[in-house]
Design a protein around this ligand. Structure first.
Ligand SMILES: Nc1ncnc2c1ncn2[C@@H]1O[C@H](COP(=O)(O)OP(=O)(O)OP(=O)(O)O)[C@@H](O)[C@H]1O
Ligand SMILES: [Mg+2]
Length: 396
């Protein structure tokens, strides 16, 4: 392996993987995949090998049963069944990282000297081990792991020149495809420290897409019950293909509505174009967005609230929805900072040399043992309350 003097930062996301190169002169540039900075994180086990990204999406049109659209969402599953084959989740992630490595080496003429891989701040050692295993399988050695909100905060400061004095804190609102995370990161003398990170596994762009699909199901169920049943719960290859096309169209329409007032969604099988307007979308997205805003307010007011707040930074493609900044501003009284390409922020930040103290976030609810993440993904306060350390004995 020839190592060339550059750093590579990789943000492995639920929908998209982004990689950024940092060269010795301080310049950064995203790795391009078919000309785009976003590599879809999907995998298709077609013709005996694992295809990735747009190639996988294309193959999935013919063999949808061999397709895994979101390997990151399967992080706890161990293996995934693709057709008749059981594929380890680490192998799926490795396929994506292998593609990243191949494109990077093609561009730079050799492997990076340093690789940095980001992870959601709430991930425990078990999930991080799957990520490291995948990196090793992809020939990336043992990358440095950096929490996503730390990378995001560092990049915001570099890109906007925001003043974040030592001792102050910033809130990173990360609304991606699969999950939502609200983190509080403080500036320390040596770098950054995550002091709280709360997440929702069921609040991402995909959940907004689900709300739209359910809406279409309700609208058309009365007139086309059989077709809608086939679309929503596909049993045959043809129906699965129609289902994939519908989800693709729904996602595209949702993204268009961040900049346009109205668009159409083509509903396969019944072959109709359903109109969708921005207001309608916002009504459908509102329950998901409301939960992200409420959680942000909670971390903002409960994680060391006496520290000065230096910024509320928006990260992730779903934060492009105009509704997000409006509701956040209204609920917190803080004007959020948004960058032009919120999907690139985490990878951009991770590619830069970063002094960081990677401290696991502490519980912001006041009833956990307090030595590692206490996540709202846990359903309710246990009774009796756990003794210190006990609750966290099987971290994620
Ligand atoms: N213009 C837009 N308006 C609304 N949503 C958008 C827009 N552009 C992208 N998205 C949504 O953003 C999501 C992808 O964002 P991103 O790439 O940040 O997620 P990810 O990093 O893959 O996911 P995660 O961080 O949850 O692992 C998708 O759900 C996509 O539909
Ligand atoms: Mg992300």
């Amino acid at each position: 392996m020839i190592a060339v003097r550059y750093r590579l930062g990789i943000d492995f996301g639920t929908s998209n993987t982004v990689a950024v190169i940092h060269e010795g002169d301080g310049r950064t540039r995203p790795v391009l995949f078919d000309g785009f900075p976003l590599l879809p994180s999907c995998v298709c086990a077609s013709t005996g090998k694992l295809l990735v990204g747009r190639e996988a999406m294309h193959a999935a049109r013919v063999r949808p049963e061999l397709f895994e659209p979101h390997p990151k969402r399967r992080i706890d599953d161990g293996t995934v069944l693709l057709g008749a084959a059981e594929v380890p989740v680490s192998g799926l992630i490795a396929a994506v990282l292998t593609q990243v490595r191949a494109e990077t080496v093609r561009t730079m003429g050799g492997d990076p000297e340093t690789v940095v891989l980001t992870y959601p701040a709430a991930w425990g050692p078990r999930r991080r081990a799957v990520l490291l295993d995948a990196a090793r399988l992809a020939g990336l050695g043992t990358p440095q792991l950096v929490p996503e909100p730390v990378a995001a905060a560092a990049f915001f400061v570099a890109a906007t020149g925001a003043a974040v004095p030592v001792g102050s804190r910033v809130v990173v609102y990360d609304f991606g495809a699969g999950t939502f995370d609200a983190s509080v990161v403080t500036r320390t003398a040596s770098g950054w420290e995550v002091i709280a990170s709360e997440g929702l596994d069921d609040a991402g762009g995909l959940d907004v897409d689900t709300a739209i699909v359910e809406h279409l199901g309700t609208v058309h169920a009365a007139t086309h019950p059989q077709e809608m049943q086939r679309l929503v719960q596909p049993q045959t290859v043809a129906d699965r293909r129609a289902n994939r096309n519908l989800w693709e169209d729904v996602r595209t329409a949702k993204e268009i509505l961040s900049r346009s007032a109205a668009t159409y969604i083509h509903v396969p099988l019944i072959e109709q174009d359903a109109p969708l307007g921005r207001e309608q979308l916002e009504r459908l997205a509102r329950p998901v967005v409301d939960r992200t805003v409420a959680l942000t307010r909670t971390v903002l007011t409960s994680a060391e609230p006496t520290r000065p707040l230096a910024g509320l930074f928006l990260v992730g493609g779903s934060s492009r929805m105009p509704l997000v900044a409006t509701l956040l501003h209204r609920a917190t009284g803080v004007a959020p900072t948004v960058l032009e390409q919120p999907e690139l922020v985490v990878a951009e930040g991770s590619a830069r040399p970063l002094a960081t103290t990677q401290v696991a976030p502490t519980c912001t609810r006041g009833w956990c043992c307090g030595w590692r993440t206490c996540s709202p993904r846990r359903p309710a306060r246990p009774s009796p309350a756990p003794s210190p350390g006990a609750w966290c004995s099987s971290p994620r």
